[in-house]
Design a protein around this ligand. Structure first.
Ligand SMILES: Nc1nc2c(ncn2[C@@H]2O[C@H](COP(=O)(O)OP(=O)(O)OP(=O)(O)O)[C@@H](O)[C@H]2O)c(=O)[nH]1
Ligand SMILES: [Mg+2]
Length: 408
């Protein structure tokens, strides 16, 4: 989690086996939940969930909360292991902006105090500060301030500090391990509220906070309208048509804003069951798209693996031939023949290297398994676990499309 542009997708791209979309424009990039995975040699397969931030430039907070809450609730409903949240903050931010405070508050409310130990707080973009001594000093001053209880302090606890993520895959892996090593199945407040308590989203603690946000916006709207009314009366007395027109336009814009906010708030009055129906198509498409992408990738990988095996055999044969015949070739044939043989070997070695590079060597080596032993993608397994019904599993075998209240 974290505000838009804090580096969430970039962080995931350091580890994921799949390509990750990173946004370089001024608009929020990740607009809905994205799922990635990687194999950690110590912890096994880890699934990373990329989320949109609250207060982003393209979606309302209600939509973002619906998105994240639904996903978390479906995970919990299906009894799938969830081990924590990584929250990212740009160390380059000179102020704690409203959007940072809102994201932080939503994080606290969705988690609940008991779960703060399952949150890893990390700062990004250190290389922008570390380019000068002064920058580095400022970065450390900001870290000190961030530890205050009204900022990140409440989430920190015994032995837990704000982490400096240096932008490397090793640093990202260490941060993930901080959560996975706790080896706990975490139940966040919002998961408990939605599934065990059967609350609607507006009744949850996070939903209530958005309600306060709406009430504050309503207050600001009332004050703005009163101020505009005063200016309007003056303009009417002075028969100032131009100002009157400007005031009417401003009033209309303010009314549209508050109406959108009100509709947004009403949208939170939704139960998990209704949310499931609302999200059904979106998640079915997500699952189907993923399955298609995986199939295409798997076909490409199988072809590459086949070609690599062919090349290995060819290179071995060539090496053997060269060894046994090298003396004869050098004695009986002109040097041109020997050079041609070397060139052919180099061409094949280059092709093998490019194939490995194309499909990223460490990944493909891990994946070259005997036929029939290829394991299913962890993302597909997760989606099947959460949304089994979409894959043709019987509805009563744990599909979230049939929502049952759990008995305590
Ligand atoms: N210098 C530097 N740039 C970074 C770092 N992390 C992210 N960026 C850049 O910041 C921009 C936004 O990064 P993203 O990873 O898309 O941020 P995000 O948090 O996923 O943003 P949303 O999807 O909009 O919520 C991109 O241009 C990244 O290249 C970092 O550690 N250092
Ligand atoms: Mg993103």
């Amino acid at each position: 989690m974290g505000v838009t542009g804090s580096g969430k997708s970039t962080f995931i791209s350091l580890l994921a086996d799949q390509p990750v979309e990173v946004g370089h424009s001024l608009h929020s990039s990740t607009v809905d939940i994205r799922i990635y995975s990687f194999d950690d040699e110590r912890e096994g397969t880890i699934v990373l969930i990329d989320t949109p931030g609250f207060d982003d430039t393209t979606r309302s907070n209600t939509e973002v909360l619906k998105e994240i809450a639904f996903f978390l609730a479906a995970l919990y409903k299906q009894n799938l292991c969830f081990c924590g949240i990584i929250y990212l903050h740009r160390i380059t931010d000179p102020r704690m902006q409203g959007s940072t405070m809102k994201n932080l508050r939503m994080l606290q409310l969705m988690c609940g105090k008991e779960n703060f130990k399952h949150v890893a707080l990390a700062t990004t973009m250190w290389e922008n500060m570390k380019s000068s001594e002064k920058g580095e000093r400022i970065g450390h001053q900001r870290l000190m301030e961030m530890r205050r209880p009204d900022f990140f302090g409440q989430i920190l606890g015994e032995g837990r500090d704000i982490i400096q993520h240096d932008g490397s895959p090793e640093s990202a892996r260490k941060i993930v391990r901080l959560l996975t090593e706790q080896n706990k199945k975490v139940v966040l407040d919002i998961q408990y509220e939605l599934i065990d308590e059967g609350m609607s989203l507006d009744e949850t603690s996070a939903g209530q906070y958005l309600r306060e946000d709406f009430l504050e916006a309503q207050k600001r709207f009332d004050a703005e309208i009163a101020e505009l009314q005063g200016i309007m009366e003056d303009a009417m007395n002075e028969k100032d048509e131009e100002t009157m027109q400007a005031i009417r336009a401003e009033r209309k814009a303010a009314e549209t804003r508050i109406m959108r906010h009100a509709q947004d708030w009403e949208g939170l009055n939704i139960t998990m069951q209704q949310l499931t129906h609302e999200k059904h198509l979106q998640y079915r498409d997500l699952a189907m798209n993923f399955r298609e992408r995986e199939q295409a990738r798997s076909t490409k990988m199988q072809a590459a693996e086949r070609r690599i095996r062919e090349l290995e055999i060819m290179l071995n044969e060539m090496e053997r031939e060269r060894k046994t015949e090298s003396t004869r070739i050098s004695r009986e044939s002109p040097p041109r023949k020997l050079n041609r043989s070397r060139e052919q070997t180099r061409d094949r070695q280059r092709e093998r290297l490019e194939l490995h590079r194309d499909l990223s060597q460490p990944t493909i080596e891990r994946r070259i398994r005997p036929r029939g032993k290829r394991r299913e993608s962890p993302i597909l397994m997760l989606l099947k676990g959460m949304f089994g019904g979409l894959f043709g599993y019987p509805e009563d075998e744990g599909s979230p499309w049939v929502i049952r209240r759990q008995t305590s």
